[in-house]
Design a binder for this molecule. Structure first.
Ligand SMILES: *Cc1c(COP(=O)(O)O)cnc(C)c1O
Length: 229
């Protein structure tokens, strides 16, 4: 099997999983954006996925993402990893969507970078669902303040929320909490509709809880040699 055939088969299997999850949740596939998380995989894989019609690709390291973005067009780039303040300006120069904004310093540097690059970047606020700051994400109580800051920052557009289910916890409960946070945010900012949740191991629970963006790596590309999250 060529790599193209392998990726096509994985994509077909994944779409079947997503279709079933949608059917079980009474949702339609059109409400979901599938983001292929290509971190650690070569740009040749990114190109194959793009050519298979998967044009939303996710990365979590600035240098790797910048290199891939520079060498491949026709892709909407999603930055899903922790954003270091000193990398935020660079991220804003190529990312179309940043899923992992969780503190004020990142908002301001990201906005600065977007304005300098003459771009508008969609921002999702990453929410911590287990109160463990080491794993990234803002406390739910901090979300409204961060949202106001994003709205008031040139070059940024508030698009919604994102979370990673806590390790070893029930993803359904975690995504239910995320849905609550997302609902409260929409009351204040109706355009902030995106809910980025669900990876290879928990996408069914994410679809059931109302996710709009799934971030899937392993099910599409295979197991990464170095476990990066
Ligand atoms: C790596 C990564 C994913 C994809 O995880 P898989 O389990 O390989 O599907 C999703 N979201 C984030 C934030 C990631 O870092």
């Amino acid at each position: 099997m060529t790599r193209r055939e392998e990726l096509a088969a994985n994509l077909a299997d994944l779409e079947e999983r997503i279709a079933l999850a949608c059917a079980q949740a009474g949702r339609v596939r059109d409400e979901l954006t599938l983001v292929a998380v290509t971190k650690t995989w070569p740009v040749s894989d990114c190109r194959l996925l793009r050519d298979l019609g998967l044009t939303d690709l996710g990365e979590n390291r600035d240098q790797e993402a910048a290199e891939k973005a520079a060498s491949l067009d026709g892709v909407r780039w999603h930055f899903v990893g922790a954003v270091q303040t000193n990398k935020a300006r660079s991220v804003a120069s190529y990312a179309d969507v940043v899923h992992s904004v969780d503190r004020p310093s990142v908002v301001s540097v990201l906005g600065d970078g977007a304005v300098r690059a003459g771009r508008v970047v969609d921002v999702l606020l990453q929410v911590s669902l287990d109160g463990d700051p080491a794993r990234g994400g803002a406390d739910p109580a901090a979300v409204p303040g961060l949202a106001d800051q994003v709205v008031g920052t040139a070059g940024l557009r508030l698009a919604g929320v994102m979370a990673v289910a806590p390790l070893g916890a029930d993803p359904a409960a975690a995504f239910a909490l995320l849905a609550e946070v997302a609902g409260r945010l929409r009351v204040l900012h109706p355009a902030a509709k995106a809910v980025s949740a669900g990876m290879t191991g928990d996408l069914e629970q994410a679809v059931a809880a109302g996710a709009t963006h799934l971030r899937v790596g392993t099910a599409l590309l295979g197991a990464r040699s170095a476990p990066l999250r």
